[in-house]
Design a protein around this ligand. Structure first.
Ligand code: PLP
Length: 416
């Protein structure tokens, strides 16, 4: 059997063995409904509360500030929805490099349903585009009244804080900006952003999906970041897919996006998935313990990979802030291979057993160039010629050496 070298941890991660072990009783014998009145079900409430505390500890929050969701896409949608409902205002500020779960929600609010899905639709791209064109025609006349500002980034992927300050108006309901970019690993200055939002009385939502478990997050009142809403998802730090959380600061208004039963104190309807939530809690506990690994183990591995590629393959270029300290995650390298289409290189790498990507896994079935790299380098072809490598503490030196050789061979094959 051929071995796989998995260098796509920003897309998803494996379920940790201890996480799986913690989940098993709730997938087998303890299958009750926590909302039931009898003990077989209701005793699971305590299990949910333990997981809530574990997640809260990862981010310096209180358990009561954590709402379980099905994924970060839901958390992101729910946060923006809540801010709009609470304030009655109609302006949102975000950036051009956010994840599609923020960008497409904002576009939908503006009345531009560019990525609309259809129950009967498949993933056939032409068919999707045709259906989108029809959708545009029929829906463009419905003015939603929401206005969105998409802040630009510079060549390093960073925001200008002055642009944020200038964009805030009396009608701004929420600023939604990510902590760590999923494609480049570039870190926004979220603490300063949070303080600007505070000073202007605007709610701040942070998509912390790629930061959680990789860098320290502190939303506490004791010197932490004064954020109102913060999204995380389990499958980026060795919990299963299909479970996430939304932090909502104690004094911040919230109204649910998913309305139904009284679960999650009425803040998110739907029977809780106890096994997934247990997995999320355990993974959060372990992620806290593993945080130092990112500096000690992952950074040297990533640097060796990055250096190995950039120094030995001509016409390569890093996308994202070059100086790591405070500006880029320790696990991510986004590299342009000038003259080579990302998809062609990915196919050869796949044949070599290397898992990497040309951007967000959520958009992998679209033929669009990376919107993130395009926002950073609009004049160049870098956005069609880049590969994202994202590592983790499960990678090894041997894997990195093999990956460098595989990239060299594949690039040579495409240029010969
Ligand atoms: N936000 C960012 C930055 C992401 O990288 C992702 C997933 O790749 C999401 C949100 C969406 O997470 P989920 O897959 O849990 O919906």
């Amino acid at each position: 059997m051929s071995t796989v070298i998995y260098l796509d941890h920003n897309a998803t991660t494996s379920i940790g063995p201890e996480v799986l072990e913690a989940m098993i009783p709730y997938l087998t014998t303890e299958w009750g409904n926590p909302s039931s009145s009898y003990k077989f079900g209701s005793k699971l409430k305590g299990v949910l509360e333990l997981a809530r505390e574990q997640v809260a500890e990862l981010i310096g929050a209180h358990g009561r500030e954590v709402i379980f969701t099905s994924c970060a896409t839901e958390s992101n949608n729910a946060a923006i929805h809540a801010a709009l409902q609470a304030t009655g205002k109609r302006h949102i500020i975000t950036s051009a490099v956010e994840h599609s779960s923020v960008l497409n929600y904002c576009k939908a609010l503006e009345g531009n349903h560019g990525s609309h899905g259809y129950a009967e639709g498949g993933t056939d791209r032409r068919a999707v585009r045709e259906r989108q064109a029809i959708y545009h025609e029929t829906h463009e006349q419905h003015e939603s009244g929401y206005r969105v500002t998409y802040l630009p980034v510079d060549r390093d992927g960073l925001l200008k804080l002055a642009d944020l300050e200038n964009a805030i108006t009396d009608d701004t309901a929420v600023v939604s900006l990510m902590w760590a970019n999923n494609e480049t690993g570039v870190l926004f200055s979220v603490k300063e952003i949070a303080e600007i939002c505070r000073a202007h009385g605007v709610l701040f939502h942070c998509d912390a999906v790629q930061a959680a478990g990789k860098i320290e997050i502190d939303v506490s009142r004791e010197g932490g970041m004064p954020v109102d809403y913060l999204s995380i998802t389990g499958h980026k730090f060795h919990a299963p897919k299909g479970v996430g959380a939304l932090y909502v600061r104690r004094e911040t208004p919230f109204s649910p996006l998913i309305v139904g039963g009284h679960q999650e104190r009425g803040l998110r309807g739907g029977t809780e998935s106890v096994p997934l939530i247990v997995g999320l809690g355990k993974a959060a506990e372990l992620a806290r313990k593993h945080l130092p690994c990112y500096e000690k183990k992952v950074r040297p591995l990533r640097d060796a990979l990055e250096e190995g590629i950039l120094s030995s393959i001509p016409n390569t270029e890093l996308n994202g802030h070059p100086a790591d300290a405070g500006h880029r995650l320790a696990n991510t390298s986004n590299i342009t291979f000038r003259g080579i289409e990302s998809e062609a290189l990915l196919i050869l790498l796949d044949q070599e057993g290397i898992c990497a990507s040309s951007g967000s896994a959520c958009l992998a079935d679209s033929d669009e160039p990376s919107h993130v790299v395009k926002a950073m380098k609009p004049e160049s072809t870098a956005s069609r010629q880049m590969i994202r490598f994202s590592l983790d503490f499960t990678n090894t030196d041997a894997e990195v050496s093999s990956a460098i050789n595989a990239v060299r061979r594949s690039v040579k094959a495409l240029l010969d």
